[in-house]
Ligand binder design. Structure first.
Ligand SMILES: [Cu+2]
Length: 171
């Protein structure tokens, strides 16, 4: 609801700059954009907090491969497995890796930690991660955005890193 409210506000601003007559049209366009799987719908709706909605699917894909947050922000990440397949065959997680981590090597290492939901123990490569989800499950984590730069995020389920990876940009 909050997201829609923010979009509604920006639509109203657009209208007040753009003159009269096209009010309904522009409002609808904005709402349409908000509903699609765009990569730019991170919402900062209170000072210093960015809310991110990320999904993983049965097609082995994140809904976004690029997330942008502000340095110092508190990031509230909601992660949802929108598929139907169970955790054992199509598990998904979100693992944010430190700069300089070799993503492929990390994926290899993770293979050995089935008992730990494919999160390597004794690693210092992870900034933060969610738990592993099966179809229909949802989780939320909150973390402080790291220093400015680009960070890889992946799903560490076996084989998924090839398709399920993205960049978190802290600006
Ligand atoms: Cu996955």
């Amino acid at each position: 609801m909050k997201k829609i409210f923010v979009l509604f506000l920006s639509a109203t601003l657009l209208v007040s700059c753009g003159g009269d007559g096209k009010k309904e049209e522009e409002k609808n366009d904005s709402l349409k954009i908000g509903n699609s799987a765009e990569t730019t719908d991170e919402v900062e709706d209170e000072e210093g907090v960015t809310k991110v909605y990320l999904t993983g699917s049965d097609q082995m894909k994140f809904n976004k491969n690029q997330i942008t947050v502000n340095a110092g922000d508190e990031v509230v990440l909601t992660f949802e497995h929108v598929g139907k397949l169970p955790k054992e065959t199509m598990g998904h997680n979100f693992v944010l890796l430190k700069k300089g981590t070799n993503v492929q090597e990390f994926g290899q290492e993770a293979l050995e930690y089935k008992e730990n939901d494919y999160i390597p123990e004794n690693t210092d490569a992870i900034i933060v991660h969610t738990k592993m989800l099966g179809g229909g499950e949802k989780t939320q984590i909150t973390f402080q955005a790291p220093e400015k730069g680009n960070y890889d995020y992946i799903c560490s389920f076996p084989g998924h890193v090839a398709l399920m990876k993205g960049i978190l940009t802290v600006k």
